[in-house]
Design a protein around this ligand. Structure first.
Ligand code: HEC
Length: 194
């Protein structure tokens, strides 16, 4: 009888210890070590508006098609310099992405700083890039008869614009574009030298 009880303790206890050690070394410790990574010089936290925009980026599934990681490969040079851990100090959980159906966005704020371009593109990508496969996000806009004071009117090209109505950027569109504009790689000291 006594031996039987011991078996139960071993059966439960040994896996408990093994999985506990594994969880600590493979889950908790790497997470803790990574959380100690200091921000790269010049990397700043998101403002409240940019942080809201990041949530919209997640909710709209932009990461299904866009990465935010520049690999140290020649073919990635068009997107910016290779990403480093310190770039992500204030961007956790990281939105690295794995599919690149569209361009990497790590440095889109430098590459395309115009809000007007971003507003038109999100309203209807085909109005700017005729063969684009990116979805349109019309629900980030309000279609009205007239703009009210304070409204941000989006100059959508006539072919795609609603007839005799104006396209207004909602708060969500403004937040998302503020976030896109914040995606700027800080220059690294000594970058480009080898
Ligand atoms: C189905 C895939 C797909 C999804 C989802 C998607 N995109 Fe795109 N995106 C693309 C493609 C393809 C391009 C390149 C053609 C173009 O500019 O429209 C692109 C281009 C862009 C560009 C211009 C990049 C550059 O270097 O000029 C931005 C900015 C952008 N997307 C933002 C977004 C945002 C924000 C979302 C989510 C609201 C999003 N995309 C969702 C496929 C996608």
């Amino acid at each position: 009888m006594k031996g039987g009880m011991n078996n139960v303790v071993m059966l439960v206890g040994i896996p408990f210890i093994i999985y506990g050690v594994l969880a600590l070394f493979m889950g908790a410790l790497p997470g803790w070590v990574l959380s100690q990574t200091p921000p790269a010089p010049g990397v700043v936290p998101l403002t409240a508006q940019q942080a809201r925009g990041r949530e919209i980026y997640v909710a709209e599934g932009c990461s299904y098609c866009h990465t935010q990681q520049v690999r140290p490969l020649k073919q990635d040079l068009v997107f910016g310099r290779p990403s480093i851990a310190g770039d992500y100090a204030y961007a956790t959980p990281e939105l690295l992405g794995s599919e690149r159906n569209g361009p990497d966005l790590s440095n889109i704020g430098s590459r395309q700083p115009s809000d007007v371009w971003q507003y038109i593109h999100l309203y209807e990508p085909r109005s700017l890039v005729s063969n684009s496969i990116m979805p349109a996000y019309p629900w980030l806009y309000q279609i009205k008869a007239h703009a009210d004071p304070g409204d941000i009117t989006v100059p959508v090209p006539p072919v795609y614009a609603p007839t005799r109505r104006v396209v207004i950027a909602t708060q969500e569109a403004q937040d998302l574009v503020a976030y896109l504009k914040s995606l700027k790689q800080v220059p690294l000291k000594g970058a480009g030298k080898r």
